[in-house]
Design a protein around this ligand. Structure first.
Ligand SMILES: *Cc1c(COP(=O)(O)O)cnc(C)c1O
Length: 388
């Protein structure tokens, strides 16, 4: 066997031994919120399609029309010929929803973070981030070369202590958090962090991947309180509640213009397909218009936490910590036998010892779906020692 193949096989064996091997299962997603695997239709509590918009007739129709008019692929980067006029409408809609002067759409949320962060922050600067921030924020931080200090999850006092210790030694500072944490479903104390950032002349960036369409009347974590919170860098994705694809940043016009001039992940990657731009825009319009729709994911999640005797959900994401990765896999398998798709989340996505089931709720779930899920967990949970 050649050394490359032997290297890969050895690594895979080691991963499997720790119950951390992953597989890509062919999965067909069907309306309203079904995932078909190995010929079995499962009610999905594993999609980030919080509003069911990826399957909505209006959103699909927008994509079909865009393909008819512009074709399938974008043909080049935005700087060359890929900057389809649909970008203009999409960015204007995003800026309106987020209450900013301007917006910039990237190829994905991951590409947005690895583009934005190194454009604003360099080697001599400081990044202060929540310890549970997403992998792509870490990737952006690493690319920037800045000194990166993590604060205890959602702990404003610890964030303050880190800023007090390090801020003065660096010309610029970025504070980063997620509006809604992707694996825990809890919300960041955005208002307190915004105040802190201002006090230390740091720039706050929120990753609202799981907040758009769900929190703050659908407008995201900066709108979760009575008054709009001043967050100068509101980043997010169009791949979750917006049901399409692409990442974005909403900020002041000069900041957007500067990033559009410099972010390497924007130029050196092909523009999004026109169908994606059209469907994202249509979905955002529905998020803007339909107050009842955007209230539903949280209501569904709260029905679940109430039924399970857990603390009330803060978002559309509810984790049940199992601890051991194998237990998490067994629990997910037992739920699959009952007709539900729930994903066992294991390290390195979450810290060691905190493997979990991650449930995501969607406007497309019926209350009956949730009652049945809670019933199944009532039967399975005691066998496995599930806790919220
Ligand atoms: C999903 C996610 C991303 C990445 O967004 P994509 O558009 O899927 O690349 C970034 N940040 C967080 C917190 C996420 O959950």
């Amino acid at each position: 066997m050649d050394t490359l193949t032997r290297f890969a096989e050895k690594k895979l064996t080691a991963i499997a031994k720790r119950n951390l091997r992953r597989a890509l299962h062919p999965t067909e997603r069907l309306p309203p919120i079904v995932a078909e695997r190995d010929g079995r239709k499962l009610i999905s509590f594993a999609c980030n399609d919080y509003l069911g918009l990826s399957q909505h007739a209006r959103v699909k129709q927008a994509a079909v029309q865009a393909i008819g008019r512009y074709g399938a692929g974008a043909g080049a980067s935005r700087l060359v010929t890929g900057n389809n006029p649909l970008y203009g409408e999409l960015e204007a809609t995003l800026a309106r929803i987020k209450g900013t002067e301007a917006a910039l759409v990237f190829g994905s949320g991951y590409l947005a973070n690895i583009g934005i962060i190194p454009t604003l922050i360099g080697k001599r600067d400081l990044i202060v981030g929540d310890e549970l921030m997403h992998a792509c924020m870490h990737a952006g931080a690493r690319l920037s070369g800045a000194k990166t200090v993590l604060f205890d999850h959602n702990d404003v006092a610890d964030c303050r202590a880190r800023l007090a210790a390090h801020r003065a030694a660096h010309p610029k500072c970025l504070v980063m958090t997620e509006g809604v944490f992707s694996m825990d479903g809890d919300r960041a104390p955005v208002k307190a962090l915004a105040r802190l950032a201002e006090e230390f002349d740091a720039w706050l960036m929120t990753d609202d991947a799981h907040a758009l369409g769900v929190i703050g009347g659908g407008r995201g974590s900066a709108f979760a309180e009575d008054e709009k919170i001043d967050v100068p860098l509101q980043m997010g994705t169009l791949s979750k509640a917006a049901g399409a694809y692409g990442g974005y940043l909403c900020a002041s016009a000069p900041v957007i213009d500067f990033i559009a001039n410099r972010a390497r992940s924007l130029f050196y990657s092909t523009a999004l397909p026109p169908a994606v731009l059209a469907s994202a825009t249509e979905a955002l319009k529905m998020i803007e218009e339909d107050r009842d729709l955007v209230a539903r994911p949280l209501a569904k999640a709260r029905l679940f936490t109430e039924r399970m005797g857990l603390i009330a959900a803060q978002s559309a994401i509810v984790p049940m910590i199992v601890g051991d990765p194998q237990k998490a896999l067994i629990a997910a398998g037992a739920l699959e036998d009952e007709g539900f798709l729930v994903i066992a989340i294991r390290p390195p996505t979450v810290p060691e010892g905190t493997s979990r089931l991650r449930f995501t709720f969607s406007a497309a779930h019926t209350d009956g779906d949730i009652e049945r899920l809670a019933g199944a967990l009532g039967r399975i949970g005691p066998r496995i020692g599930l806790r919220g």
